[in-house]
Design a protein around this ligand. Sequence first.
Ligand code: SF4
Length: 318
Amino acid sequence: MSLATEIRELAREHNAVILAHNYQVPEVQDVADYTGDSLALSRIAAETDAETIVFCGVHFMAESSKILSPDKTVLIPDAEAGCSLADSITAEQLREWKAEHPDALVVSYVNTTAAVKAETDVCCTSSNAVDVVNSLPRDREILFCPDQFLGAHVRRETGRDNIRIWLGECHVHAGINGRQLAERAAASPDADLYIHPECGCANSALYLAGEGVVAPERVKMLSTGKMLDAAHASPHGSVLVATEVGMLHQLRQAAPEVDFQPVNPEASCKYMKMITLEKLRDSLAHGRDEVTVPEDISTRARASLEAMIAIGNPGSGE
Ligand code: SF4
């Protein structure tokens, strides 16, 4: 029996739903019930009647699933799969920052721990961050965390100068830089550019467009979910993709006629790649590693996620 068949049988036996984030290795994506960004996956899983959710992604994503499905068992195939962006701010650091700015509202990207979400007024994704900030009173100061590139994007798009931005970053996205983007764009003059706003090159892309180096209509700032929508809507030509390379598997399946190429082929998240088929099989077989969130933290974290959803665009991020 192949490993994939064994996994599907175990999932059926345990009434489990398998979720795989877009940045997982292709064989894990292919064995999952659902692939997508972390929030969309958590919301889908909450709607299913599965008793167990196996989240193939990183730890904060499994925590979000637990927050939205408190009565289900949530497993992650390797509890050591962390996230450098989520780790760039702790709940203690956020409490100290809030104490320095007691009148400010806190907006946190969903790539944060449950404990940070519990200290947050409204969460956001990369596709709704601008809407979320625009929904807040213009005269209230905003503390935006943890991603500095997404924060810069939001500040530029909203035109607000009362946004304080935490200087966090993801080591993978920060590693996709403007120089690489300019070189790749010059070498492929007809290619569109799909850029995740968390990328270090996001500001460079807008600058290059402004300078006429890259035609502005070629530059598309998109969350991972919106990248897939764009691929479905325009299934031809060539596209340079500035985000984690795992995204290419979904994009190539969505639009096989399009030549999708990474801006940086080295942009691979080592944490995402910790999940393997063997670990997924063992997770289902032995019920590990279970992810739990203390009830008081879960309640407050859920409120910040629901505040975002109530704004009307649940969006998608990473
Ligand atoms: S790609 Fe970056 S933000 Fe995403 S899980 Fe990996 S470290 Fe975290």
